[in-house]
Design a protein around this ligand. Sequence first.
Ligand code: TRP
Length: 339
Amino acid sequence: MAKANGNKPRVLSGIQPSGNLTIGNYLGALKQWVAVQREYDCFYCVVDLHAITVAQAPAELRRKTRESAAIYIAAGIDPEISTIFVQSHIPAHSELAWILTCMAPLGWLQRMTQFKDKTAKQMQDSIGAGLLNYPSLMAADILLYQAELVPVGDDQNQHLEFTRDLAQRFNHLYGETFTMPSVMNPQAGARIMGLDRPTAKMSKSEESDNHAIFLLDDVGRARKKIGRAVTDSFREIRFSEDKERAGINNLLTIYQAITDEPRASIEAHFSDKGYGDLKREVADCVADTLAPLQARYQELMEEAGYLDSVLKIGREKAGEIAEATLKKAQENIGFLAPS
Ligand code: TRP
C-alpha cells in the first residue's frame, strides 16, 4: 500500500508518558507536530523506554502510554496521515540504543544539562544508568527513521546536537548509515514556564497544584490556575527576558503560542489593559484550546478498539523502517548476519 507521505522528508518526535501532558507539551511540541504533518512524513512516538529512566508504577505507565497516544490524536495528529506508535513496541529502539551507547563518550553524556539537572540532588547510587544513557536512546529513536527534522522544545537542542555528533561518528567509522537530523523549534512556545514559578520550565511531574495546566484539566480549573499565576508589580504588559517579569512574559508567551499573533500586535492589544484583563484573555484562549481537545479525547477513549488499532498500524509501519535501518547498522558495524 502506497503511503500518502511516501516521498516527503521524514519527521520524528516523541514525548514521555511519564505524567499528564501539559499545555507546555502542546504549545512546545504537539501543536507543531500537527502543523507539519501534511508537509512531511511524520512519525510520532510515545517514548515509554525513556519514561522508565526514573521509576514508574506499572499500571500507571500503561495507562499513561495509551492516554498520551489518545492526546496526540485529540490534539490533531491524524493517524491517516502520520504514524503514531509506542517506542517499546519496536525492539530496534533498544537494540540501536545499545550500539550507540557503546559509541557515546562518557564525558559527553555527563555534560548533558538534562542529566545534570535530573541527578543534581541525588546520591550516585540512586541514579539509574538509564538517565545517563538517555541521549543515546533518543539518538536511536531519531536515527532509526532517518529523520531529517525533529520538532521539539528548545530544551532538547543539546540532545539533538548529541544525536548529530553520534551519527557523524558512526558514519565516519562504519560508512554512511544515518541521515543527519536537524532540530525544528517552534517560533513561540518553545518553552512555557510554570505558572507558580515562571523561571522554571512547566513540568508534567511537578507536585504543586498551581504549576502546570494539564491538557485534561477541567476548563474551570485551568482558568483558576491562570488566575493564580505569579505576576509582578510593574503593571506593564510586554515581552521581556527580565527575570522579575518572567510571570507576565510567560502569560504573553502562552497567548502568542496559541494565537500565532506577532509580539508587537499583542503588546499593542494589551497596552491599555491590566493584568486582570491579560489573565482573562489568556484563560479564554487556553479554554478554547482545551475544550475541543478534551471532547475528542473523550470520544477516543470511548471508541473501543480504535486507539489500539491505530497503535498496531503504527507499530507495523514504524517497525518496518526501523528494522531496515537497524539491519544496515548491524551489518556496517560487523555483526555476523544470522543465516
Ligand atoms: N527527550 C525528549 C523530551 O524529554 C523526548 C524524546 C525521546 C524525543 N526521544 C525523542 C524527542 C526523539 C524527539 C525525538 O522531551
